[in-house]
Write a protein that binds this ligand. Sequence first.
Ligand code: FA5
Length: 344
Amino acid sequence: MKERLEALKSDALAELAGVNDAQALGDIRVKYLGKKGALTEILRGMGALSAEERPVIGQVANDVRGAIEAVIEEKQEAFQRAETEKRLAKETIDVTLPGRRLPEGGLHPLTKVIQDLEDIFVGMGYQVAEGPEVEMDYYNFEALNLPKNHPARDMQDSFYITEDILMRTHTSPVQVRTMQAMQGESPVKVIVPGKVYRRDDDDATHSFQFHQVEGIVVGKNIRMSDLKGTLLQFVREMFGAHTEIRLRPSFFPFTEPSVEVDVTCIKCGGAGCRLCKQTGWIEILGAGMVHPNVLEMGGYDPKEYSGFAFGMGVERIAMLKYGVDDIRHFYNSDLSFLKQFARL
Ligand code: FA5
């Protein structure tokens, strides 16, 4: 039996010497050491041995198993090492190679202008508020002193969803929403950027969907001069320190008095050019002192409180700031247009 075990050992070792892959190694393990393998087969005959022979043969069998297992393990480690080395060699990165240029994104010019506007007004102590784009007729018109059938509703042709619900035509409905949410606390001091919708025909300066930024301040002793100072500060930060503003009388049902605000022409600086139609001025927003009826609807007593509000078209500001001559450029998703703003 001892001879058979020794023979098994030398057969196995000889076979192992020629093996050079993990699969064959596994096969040899099964063939010699497996449950139905050659070693088990020989050891079945142990029962026939005498009590003295049994431990001796048992020891030999263990040595044979140990010797075969040691070679298998050694080979297995060598295979694994070779495998790892092969993978590492394949995955080697040449850090000296020049990098691949990834396409770089940038903010949309309208997003940039809205962020600039927010920065400027937050710097003056304003908070940024939002309101729904699908709005109730009540907030869009009635609470702004525009009862049903008021002729001034025609100034803003609307997309109605039901008789009482529409796509908001301006950001002004957030004036009353904010006042109501503040529940009489003061001062109210917010700006409201957002999308608005009108049944306007698209052309170089009009779009059926555009952006506005609303501003409203309500408190005690808020005066027209506060509005003027605020807007002057704003245009100088937005367009440059030499910009001036001019207020012209106007009409909005929700402000009294109301004004249109012009800035000195961004292109000619006020001398007169084609952009400003030789006037030296360009209109950028509507504003005024919050109408007493609107203050009341917002829950503020007009005898005690006053306020100002303004609303501007973001596209208009962006067109002036960046010299864009057609509002439709902002919506065409034309990369050659948009890329110009990526690094601003
Ligand atoms: C208003 O919408 C008022 N809510 C502004 C306001 C707020 C006045 C608070 C007083 C107090 P107006 O309809 O003029 O006003 O619109 C304001 C700005 O939106 C315009 O100056 C213009 O820049 C922009 N705008 C108006 N219609 C369009 C349009 N179809 N496409 C692009 N921009 C537009």
